[in-house]
Design a protein around this ligand. Structure first.
Ligand SMILES: NC(=O)c1ccc[n+]([C@@H]2O[C@H](COP(=O)([O-])OP(=O)(O)OC[C@H]3O[C@@H](n4cnc5c(N)ncnc54)[C@H](OP(=O)(O)O)[C@@H]3O)[C@@H](O)[C@H]2O)c1
Length: 252
């Protein structure tokens, strides 16, 4: 693979599974030193070992993406990591979870936890990373939203609302930091087969049937490749939004 990200240090949240896992691996293969985080340390250590075996550099930091103190600790660990150069250039704000059902029938007991992770934690990380990168006069913040954060679906309306919020945060942040040379990009995936479906509570009845006609769904690598592409454009080119769907996904 190319080494276009050599010399860069990237923080990837939600790196224990799915898109975060493949993104961290892809950025590492492209030469970036990666700081990987999620709650499941065993999975992070497996990924760090895989990256090291391929000649890359990785630092695993366990933490909860919804807790400001864990986010601050993550950033401090990144800044004190010698192999990463004691700085970071790229932050991929990816950790998040879904929730099956709309406003009427999703499990209300999970609403606060979903917003804590998907919105408040993401906002705290965006703020801290935005302050730091604006001070350094450059860098990248990639935020993982969703197509349901642009086109609301009656089947995941509450979850979708959290991704609308994330999309607004990303564009608000972009307008605040673009003058300091910081790019902010919102990546909106369509249906990707990952750990997401199980965590959200999707099954054959509430999900499988409605997507059957979409054909082949995405692997997480498709999103990782998109993120790698936008990070390797010339620094004055900012792809501020991108949707990546399975070709056959007619809705949402
Ligand atoms: N799959 C889809 O169809 C789809 C479509 C559009 C957008 N998305 C979004 O894409 C992102 C990645 O999802 P995915 O499909 O790759 O799902 P996944 O395989 O379930 O991965 C989710 C990642 O987020 C981490 N995470 C979740 N809650 C966390 C918390 N409270 N603290 C720390 N880490 C947390 C998980 O790690 P731990 O459990 O180890 O903490 C895991 O690494 C999410 O923001 C999701 O909303 C997914």
């Amino acid at each position: 693979m190319d080494k276009l990200l050599a010399g860069k240090t990237a923080i990837v949240t939600g790196a224990s599974s799915g898109m975060g896992y493949d993104t961290a691996l892809t950025l590492a293969r492209s030469g970036a030193a990666v700081v990987i985080t999620a709650r499941r340390l065993d999975r992070l250590e497996k990924l760090a070992a895989e990256i090291a075996a391929q000649g890359g550099k990785a630092l695993a930091v366990a933490g909860d993406a919804g807790l400001p103190e864990d986010i601050d600790r993550l950033l401090e660990r990144a800044l004190s990591w010698d192999e990463g150069g004691g700085k970071y250039d790229i932050v991929v704000v990816n950790a998040g979870r879904g929730l099956a059902g709309g406003i009427l029938d999703s499990d209300e007991a999970q609403w606060q936890e979903l917003y804590r992770t998907n919105v408040l934690g993401a906002a705290h990380l965006m703020r801290r990373a935005g302050q730091y990168l604006a001070g350094r006069k450059g860098g990248d913040i990639v935020v993982v939203g969703s197509v349901v954060g642009r086109n609301i679906s009656p089947f995941s309306g509450f979850y979708g609302s959290s991704k609308f919020a994330v999309g607004a945060l990303a564009e608000g942040l972009r307008r605040e930091v673009c003058g300091q040379g910081v790019r902010v990009s919102l990546v909106m995936p369509g249906i990707v087969v990952s750990g997401f479906q199980k965590v959200a509570g999707y099954d054959e009845k509430n999900f499988g049937g409605s997507i059957a006609q979409f054909g082949k769904l995405l692997e997480p690598q498709a999103i990782a490749d998109g993120i790698h592409w936008l990070l390797t454009l010339p620094p004055h080119v900012n792809v501020s939004e991108i949707m990546i769907r399975p070709t056959g996904q007619s809705a949402p």
